[in-house]
Write a new protein. Structure first.
Length: 131
């Protein structure tokens, strides 16, 4: 029985998840958040393949959305959590299942949802190629 190789998208997802679980200490990292989970959390929310590899270009371009949530009365904790996410990924080359995943920070935002909830989003450009 032959096991199929991991796809570029799966490799990117795994590489980012692994880097975040190693680098984030102020919240728990999830791909699928269990019901009833309390913040602070970091969620690998969305992965879009923008440019698939072609014969002339063996690199896949992807955009990953990472969301964060904290239950605090001021913005500082969400900014610190987002700082950990950025430090774990930006400018790093990660590896997973024979793929190299280069990460570049694109943009971020934070917003206050109510008196004790802050929500953040961060976008990272990923460049995925065979290692």
């Amino acid at each position: 029985c032959r096991v199929a190789a991991m796809s570029e998208e799966s490799a990117a997802d795994l590489a980012v998840f692994t880097a975040l679980t190693a680098g984030v200490t102020l919240g728990t990292v999830y791909q699928d958040v269990p019901e009833g989970t309390q913040p602070p959390v970091v969620i690998l929310a969305d992965l879009q393949t923008e440019t698939p590899a072609t014969k002339g270009n063996r690199t896949w371009e992807m955009l990953m959305l990472i969301t964060t949530e904290v239950w605090e009365s001021d913005r500082r904790p969400i900014l610190l959590l987002q700082g950990e996410v950025k430090a774990a990924l930006d400018g790093k080359t990660l590896t997973a299942d024979g793929y190299a995943v280069q990460c570049a920070f694109e943009r971020a935002e934070t917003r206050q949802v109510d008196a004790k909830t802050y929500f953040g989003t961060q976008f990272f450009k990923l460049y995925v190629s065979a290692a």
